[in-house]
Structure formats: structure tokens, C-alpha cells
Design a protein. Structure first.
Length: 209
């Protein structure tokens, strides 16, 4: 494991009490002391100070065997899409689906929706996927939290305002006709001296229909 050194220090001084991971060090630079959390050099620029503080924080969080543990934070799209896929496969009653649905519900905002990132506002497509995933996982549509989510989704424009990715899932599970989904045409690209490659990527996939 190699830690990249971002802190500018005097490389000519002894590195006593320095915790070095790996062996790569940028020329003319050395790892700053970690033990005792020494004060930062007044000669560092603001961005160097921010980098050094981040470096120290990461080292403090490192486990004794060299690895780090942390929650991958973001929206609930992955959990929702997992539930939707399991429902398509006829496996929506499995324990893993129930656990994913529990996590989705735990992330519901006080206003009834779900956001794209921690602290962000409710987002329509994320909320539609989350609501539908909970419903498929067996949550009662008449439960107060489900009614609250449903009202918020309608106030935000309803499922017809979702992005294309969400529409694909809704069509896959019979909630929308496939005509509601924009076509994704193969994109061809000619490489000099090489064959033509095709992909199914399309810009419209991440934009509202």
C-alpha cells in the first residue's frame, strides 16, 4: 500500500516519529509527523493545509493492518434498482430484498421523498424508484410514509417526469409502455487503422424524457 505524500516539509530534517506507508515519496518532499498532531507550517498555502489535514485524518482512520472502512454514501438508487431487478426475476420476497427495502425506508426524508446526495433536496426519479421498490418489497401502500411519498411524487410531477433510466425500469415491470422510453441508438465510432466499434450508450439515458 502506498500513501501519496502531499505535505511539503523540510526533507533535510530527520523524520523521527513519521509514519510512512510504502516507499514512494515525491522528490524534495517527506511525510509530515503524525504522532502528536504537530501544528501546520505557516508557510503552507491554503490548499496545502487542506490536503495535509485530509492526509492526517485518513491516517488516523486507518486500521492496524493497513485498510480503511467507511460507509459508501450516496442516494438509494442502487438499493432501489436491486429490488426492482429482484422483482423482475420473481425474487422480491428474499431476505436481501427486505433488508434493502429497510435501508431505503431509513433514508426517507422528513418530507416523504429521497434525495440524490446527503443533505440534498428530494429528487423525483430517486423518489419514484424508492417508492416502487418499497411497494414491490411488500410495504403497505396505505402506510403513512408511503402515502407521504406518493403525495410528494405527484406534487413533483409524477412518474411521467422521471428520467429515462427510471422509465426503463418502470417499463420493464409493466408500469409504463416502452414507447415512453427514448430510443438508444448504437453509436458508431471509427478508429484510424482499426475496426468500427459500437456501444449502446446514449446521452438521453440520463436526461428527462
Amino acid at each position: 500500500m502506498i500513501a501519496i505524500d502531499f505535505a511539503v516539509t523540510d526533507a533535510s530534517k530527520p523524520l523521527e516519529g513519521v509514519r510512512v506507508i510504502g516507499s514512494k515519496t515525491a522528490p524534495g518532499r517527506a511525510f509530515a509527523p503524525v504522532n502528536g498532531s504537530p501544528s501546520l507550517s505557516p508557510h503552507l498555502s491554503p490548499h496545502q493545509i487542506a490536503i495535509e489535514r485530509s492526509r492526517r485524518h485518513l491516517i488516523e482512520m486507518q486500521r492496524s493492518d493497513g485498510h480503511w472502512v467507511g460507509e459508501l454514501q450516496g442516494d438509494t438508487i442502487l438499493e432501489s434498482e436491486f429490488v426492482l431487478l429482484m422483482a423482475f426475476l420473481g425474487r422480491e420476497r428474499e431476505t436481501r430484498v427486505r433488508k434493502a427495502a429497510r435501508y431505503i425506508l431509513d433514508q426517507q426524508m422528513s418530507g416523504g421523498g429521497w434525495n440524490n446526495y446527503p443533505g440534498g433536496p428530494a429528487e423525483l426519479s430517486v423518489s419514484v424508484k424508492a417508492y416502487f421498490a418499497l411497494k414491490l418489497a411488500g410495504h403497505d401502500p396505505e402506510a403513512p410514509y408511503m402515502g407521504q411519498a406518493r403525495r410528494l411524487i405527484r406534487n413533483m410531477g409524477g412518474a411521467e417526469g422521471c428520467n429515462s433510466f427510471t422509465n426503463f425500469y418502470l417499463a420493464l415491470l409493466g408500469q409504463l409502455p416502452y414507447d415512453s422510453c427514448p430510443p438508444c441508438r448504437p453509436k458508431s465510432c471509427s478508429c484510424p487503422g482499426g475496426p468500427i466499434s459500437t456501444s449502446m450508450r446514449c446521452r438521453a439515458g440520463r436526461e428527462p424524457s
